[in-house]
Design a protein around this ligand. Structure first.
Ligand code: BGC
Length: 745
């Protein structure tokens, strides 16, 4: 195979690269033209290169060494000026040359302020969890939500948001799944790209993280994640690749864990071969906090994050010593400094200096609510229990739903919601924070003719008695998840399964609202009438839930993660290393245990993450990836497929019901016998309306990664394609003939 025949995914080599970004897989013609018009970068590449080159020449060595070392803003010396907000990190700027300081905040679901511990009294709009964003399957909505949090970051004086979490949710018990975009590389990569675009549209630099295979919190700093290269390229790396192509983040954050024997921040395969050589990434790599183990500037790390005073860390005194010893050269430092400067310019930090501004929290709350309403998933709705129609006596049980709603998960991304937390509940790690968006109050407002009462669920028998006297029960069940800890199993905690069973036995007209970080088991599923997965629905989650329950909003979310029927179905029925780490160690040491023996985490599913694993094994999950019900019905017809080198599908979606609604029609292909999502179409349709839609398929989704040739290979042949409502329900099927094709890595 000659180099000349290796092409970019959708067109001849080297041409119209920009257009490719605007038509990437999963992003459909109608949608793309609406949402991906503007270039992601604030500046042209050549202007950024020129600025970086000219500044680099003028920097002293000390100034350059300050740029490759992020510091803890709380211990920064001399003290930071009071107007600089305290967040996760701070990198000194060079005012005399107009090089901005990097003022860094977490994360993907809002401007973080872990239980108010960073900036006393400061609040921010809690965007719903990232897995909810993924469940919208709506790039434009994800971009809008992320633009909102990026704008808040900027208004508060931050110019870096440590957003863009795109680790594939391989492990449903991972305590951080709420920060990620689900289990599929196309969905996760596409939406992460749009989230990054949204953040960066404010001239706020975004990361993409944590590079790579950072799939669990258990032993996150000491585990060695092993996977063969082809599987890695076809799954987790593809998600990063798509996210970078679409979002062009200023920085990539390398992960704590080892990936095939080398730590993320000194992994030359990932940082040099994949990121720079193959993907041509021009931004800089920053470390996760405490993830650096050596002066790995030559391995591809550009900036160590969150170091403490005294010039400790690997990019402080040790880097100077390495320079003196000649094991690192000034040219190495300059290469990294140049990348950092270039990203500052490319994301607009240089030309748009920070200007703190007032924040319209009301408008931002509405954005958070729109996102929540787009990503809450109706899982079950027996006999059309929902929307709530004639019920006069409604009982709401549990979830502190009388005062508010769990605002998000815990850890570095935790947002102190606007209005302040109306409730703080101590948890195994940190505190559960509740925003003041109460489903009970919202239901009372929406249904003035009904009586809405509340039972806190602490006594199942009392709740069951109250349920007997109600026409309809809404039971809010919660699972708090957090960075540093995985959940020990997929059961709802605190006897909530027993509570639900007791209440549903008393009154089958029970709608369970799940407020969870990820999938849970539902041993009571047959007893209840309806189930809504609300994830962590953010600032106005209670209002969003009430609007869906009452039918003011027609649900349109679709699962971004498979809900297993049992833990035995998982590739790893127990979490690798869990028996050694347990919960306590992680809680006490922020997930950074130093006294545990390193262990290997292997992934029997390889590239077949999530639904692909179930498909391959012929096992039935509880709820399939892509599943999501509506109050109306949709039908698909007239599937046409184009094969050749650039495959695509067209088909018609019709709203066959009586309500307006949005559908997410999904296209899957079989590659070497296993299903893969290859695109989707999310459309809003009025009752009776139909629309012809087309799905452009990124050929990399149909390819295997050929490690020896270092490229993607679509093997010539006939491929099965289908359009369906989830990963298991095909409505239309066809076959296409594909040409043999090689695509650049
Ligand atoms: C997390 C990162 C986060 C960083 C800074 C780390 O513990 O893994 O996602 O951005 O802390 O707070």
């Amino acid at each position: 195979m000659s180099q000349a025949t290796i092409t970019s995914p959708d067109q001849p080599q080297g041409t119209r690269r920009r257009r490719w970004r605007a038509t990437t897989a999963g992003c459909l013609a109608a949608l793309c033209s609406a949402s991906i018009a503007a270039p992601a970068m604030a500046q042209s590449a050549s202007a950024s290169d020129a600025w970086a080159d000219s500044i680099l020449k003028q920097l002293t060595l000390d100034e350059r060494l300050d740029l490759v070392r992020g510091q803890n803003p709380f211990t920064f010396k001399p003290k930071l000026p009071t107007e600089v907000p305290r967040g996760a990190g701070y990198v000194k700027g060079v005012p005399r040359l107009g090089v901005p300081a990097l003022v860094e905040s977490d994360a993907s679901v809002g401007v973080a302020n872990m239980v108010g511990g960073l900036r006393a009294g400061d609040v921010a709009t809690a965007l719903p969890s990232t897995v909810l964003l993924a469940s919208t399957w709506d790039p434009a909505l994800v971009e809008r939500g992320s633009a909102m949090i990026g704008a808040e970051a900027r208004a508060k004086g931050f110019n870096v948001l440590l957003a863009g979490g795109v680790n594939l949710a391989r492990e449903p018990r991972n305590g951080r799944n709420f920060e990620y975009f689900g289990e599929d590389p196309l969905l996760a990569g596409t939406l992460a790209g749009h989230a990054i675009r949204g953040v960066q549209s404010n001239h706020v630099l975004s990361t993409i993280k944590h590079f790579a295979l950072n799939t669990q919190e258990t032993g996150r700093t000491i585990l060695n994640a092993k996977m063969d290269e082809a599987a890695l390229r076809e799954s987790d790396l593809l998600a990063f690749q798509l996210g970078i192509e679409i979002g062009q983040p200023g920085s990539v954050m390398c992960a704590y864990n080892k990936i095939n024997d080398a730590h993320g921040c000194e992994n030359t395969f990932l940082l040099q071969d994949v990121l720079r050589r193959d993907w041509g990434y021009a931004g800089f790599v920053m470390s996760d906090w405490g993830a650096v183990h050596s002066t790995s500037i030559r391995q591809g790390l550009d900036q160590e994050s969150g170091t403490t005073p005294g010039d400790v860390g690997h990019f402080g005194v040790k880097l100077r010593a390495a320079l003196a010893a000649g094991t690192v050269t000034e040219a190495d430092v300059d290469r990294s400094v140049r990348r950092i400067l270039r990203s500052m310019h490319a994301t607009g930090l240089v030309d748009h200096p920070m200007a703190p501004a007032p924040i319209d929290y009301d408008a931002n709350g509405r954005v958070a609510q729109d996102v929540a309403e787009g990503g809450i998933v109706l899982l079950k709705n027996k006999n059309k229990l929902l929307p709530i129609a004639a019920a006069r006596r409604i009982l709401v049980v549990g979830g502190h739903a009388d005062v508010g709603m769990l605002a998000g998960g815990g850890g570095s991304s935790q947002v102190n919601p606007v209005g302040g937390a109306v409730l703080k509940v101590p948890a195994a790690f940190g505190k559960r924070l509740y925003s003041g968006s109460s489903p009970v109050l919202a239901l009372r407002q929406a249904l003035p003719g009904a009586t809405v009462t509340f039972d806190d669920g602490s006594d199942p028998r009392r709740a069951a008695d109250a349920a007997r006297a109600a026409d309809l029960v809404v039971l809010v069940a919660e699972q708090y998840t957090t960075e540093t800890m995985d959940v020990k199993d997929l059961n709802l905690p605190d006897n909530q399964n027993e509570l639900i069973a007791a209440v549903a036995d008393a009154n089958p007209a029970t709608a369970v609202v799940l407020v969870t970080g990820g999938p849970v088991l539902m041993p009571w599923l047959d007893k209840v009438g309806a189930v809504l997965e609300a994830w962590y629905p953010g600032q106005r989650g209670g209002d969003a839930i009430a609007r869906i329950l009452t039918g003011a909003v027609n649900p349109s979310g679709h699962l971004a993660m498979t809900f297993p029927a049992s833990e035995q179905q998982l590739p790893n029925p127990t979490i690798p290393g869990y028996e050694m780490a347990g919960e306590t160690l992680h809680r006490d040491q922020y997930g950074l245990p130093k006294d545990m023996k390193p262990f290997v985490a292997s992934y029997p599913e390889g590239a077949n993450t999530g639904y692909r694993w179930y498909d391959k094994n012929g096992t039935r999950p509880l709820f399939a990836f892509g599943h999501g019900l509506s109050y109306t019905s949709f039908a698909y017809r007239d599937l046409r497929a184009r094969g050749g080198a650039n495959p695509s599908l067209t088909f018609t979606i019709a709203n066959t019901g009586k309500r307006a609604g949005a559908d997410v029609a999904q296209a899957y292909a079989r590659v070497d016998g296993v299903k893969r999502l290859v695109g989707w179409s999310r459309v809003d349709l009025k009752p009776g309306e139909r629309r012809r839609v087309s799905v452009t398929i990124d050929p990399r989704l149909l390819a295997r990664f050929d490690v020896a040739a270092n490229n993607w290979h679509v093997a010539a042949g006939t491929y099965d394609l289908e359009v369906g409502t989830d990963a298991t329900q095909a409505q239309l099927k066809t076959k296409v003939r594909l040409d043999d094709r090689r695509i650049k890595p």
